[in-house]
Design a protein around this ligand. Structure first.
Ligand SMILES: C[S@@+](CC[C@H](N)C(=O)[O-])C[C@H]1O[C@@H](n2cnc3c(N)ncnc32)[C@H](O)[C@@H]1O
Length: 461
């Protein structure tokens, strides 16, 4: 039996079963859509438009690497100048750590970086949210595989008893993977699927599950003291032993790179679904997620929602969608679930001993049972049709019109820069052209240039 036949994997486009492209190649194919889905280091890459998503992650890697290299070049410059001895020591430590981290990340990511997306793949066909980057959850790596106490508190909160689960477990948004690992050890399910959208976290998770170790430097900003400027962490899973002291085979854990909004698994194949620290960061409305994930569970199957309820990024959570626990419970009841348990606790969050600050969060656990099937909501496009399809007319959107005045003023002010003009002379020209008082024109362009510098460089130092 091939892996594709053994696992309930489906095509992310049409949900038909997948076959292996070539026996043992770990690449998958949908005969109906005639689309091939690669496997990255053995992990199925099951996105609707696999090349579009690959192109985005490759470009995000280039950006992330460029940021690390820019920091490193700045350090080079500083180190060539006159410095106090302790400052030289600190900057040299950061310099060494950055070089090590870049090389290590490249080696973890090489199965991804070796890939080339097909020419002309339109990256907008399937957009990875702009909030997801290589460094979005970088510190979770150290928390998961370097600092033990916080992880124990999490697994004890989610699964206080080591009860064996006969069946399948799916962890969505499993990140660097420590909770998935601990749950696998505690529950020993027949099979566990661990899914995430971030290739760095998933490839590192794979290494941890297979018992390998990875060395990375934690670079806390700000560090606790001079001893903790760059702390080398040896990341490794604790011994993989079950209660009766037998090794728990990790072959029963399958890793998937996919979008949690379109899980490439057959309907009703999961006994226990876990979403740790996920609903708070997803841009989607909670009722839509609940209906979407209802599809995956068997009747009587359980869903454990763990983490905060809302992470307040103004871009996608507003007064209507930032729900409290009572609203979450009511929403669940209306989406085919029965709530069995709700509890909360204040748990430490990323409280590294190297960092000068500590964070604590109110986290929740909802244990709910699926009692009826629900119709899955249709897939939503993150972007409007007129961006996805370049030949469609662009509607007169108020948010675009709001930008018009600013964009024109900015373009004109920049076009008047010639090495001679000052803000004063530019504002006089703009004031005359638009019939506004000169002090108003001056204030607007001062604001424009200062915000341009702040968004581009953070500050001008
Ligand atoms: C706040 S982190 C939580 C990680 C992990 N569950 C934990 O508790 O440490 C959110 C995780 O969701 C993943 N994620 C974000 N959007 C996703 C999506 N659309 N599909 C799958 N995973 C996603 C991120 O890559 C990240 O690993």
């Amino acid at each position: 039996m091939t892996i594709a036949e053994k696992l309930p994997l489906v095509c992310p486009r049409c949900r038909s079963g997948l076959s292996e492209s070539n026996a043992g190649s770990f690449d998958y194919k949908c005969e109906k859509c005639k689309v091939s889905y690669p496997a990255i280091d053995g992990v199925p890459w099951l996105f609707r438009y696999p090349d579009a998503v690959l192109a985005q992650w490759l470009s995000r890697w280039q950006q992330f690497r460029a940021q690390l290299s820019a920091r490193s070049s700045k350090l080079d410059q500083y180190l060539k100048s006159e410095l106090l001895a302790p400052t030289r020591v600190r900057l040299t430590q950061i310099q060494v750590a950055l070089a090590h981290n870049i090389a290590t990340l490249e080696s973890i990511l090489h199965p991804l970086l070796d890939r080339t997306p097909a020419d002309g793949s339109n990256h907008l066909l399937e957009k990875v949210s702009w909030t997801q980057h290589f460094d979005s959850y970088f510190n979770n790596i150290f928390r998961d595989w370097g600092i033990i106490d916080e992880n124990l508190a999490s697994v004890n909160f989610v699964a206080p008893e080591s009860q064996k689960i006969e069946g399948s477990v799916l962890i969505l948004g499993s990140g660097a993977g420590r909770l998935a690992f601990d749950l696998q050890q505690r529950w020993q399910p027949e099979v566990m699927y661990s899914l995430d959208i971030n290739p760095l976290l998933m490839l590192l998770q794979m290494q941890m599950f297979s018992g390998k170790s990875v060395e990375l430097y934690e670079l806390p900003r700000p560090p606790r003291d001079a001893e903790h400027v760059a702390v080398k962490r040896i990341l490794k899973a604790p011994a993989m032993r079950s209660q009766n002291n037998a090794l728990v085979p990790t072959q029963r854990a399958w890793h998937l790179l996919a979008d949690a909004r379109n899980v490439p698994l057959r309907d009703h194949c999961i006994d226990v679904l876990v979403t740790p620290w996920l609903i708070d960061i997803m841009p989607d409305r909670f009722d839509i997620l609940a209906r979407r994930w209802n599809r995956l569970l068997k009747i009587g199957g359980e869903w454990l929602i763990f983490g905060p309820l809302s992470y307040n990024t103004s871009s996608f959570h507003n007064d209507l969608t930032s729900l409290t626990e009572t609203e979450i419970a009511a929403t669940l009841e209306s989406c085919g679930f029965q709530v069995s348990e709700v509890k909360s606790n204040r748990l430490p969050y990323l409280s590294s001993d190297a960092h000068s600050q500590k964070r604590e969060e109110t986290v929740w656990l909802f244990r709910v049972k699926k009692i009826r099937h629900e119709k899955e909501p249709p897939a939503e496009n993150v972007l409007p049709e007129w961006i996805m399809h370049a030949d469609r007319p662009i509607p007169v959107e108020p948010f675009l019109m709001d930008q018009l005045g600013t964009a024109r003023l900015q373009a004109e002010a920049i076009s008047l820069i010639n090495g001679q003009n000052s803000l004063q002379t530019i504002s006089m020209q703009l004031a005359a052209r638009y019939g506004v008082p000169q002090n108003i024109a001056l204030t607007s362009i001062q604001n424009l240039f200062s915000s341009l510098i702040e968004t581009r460089f953070g500050s001008f130092r």
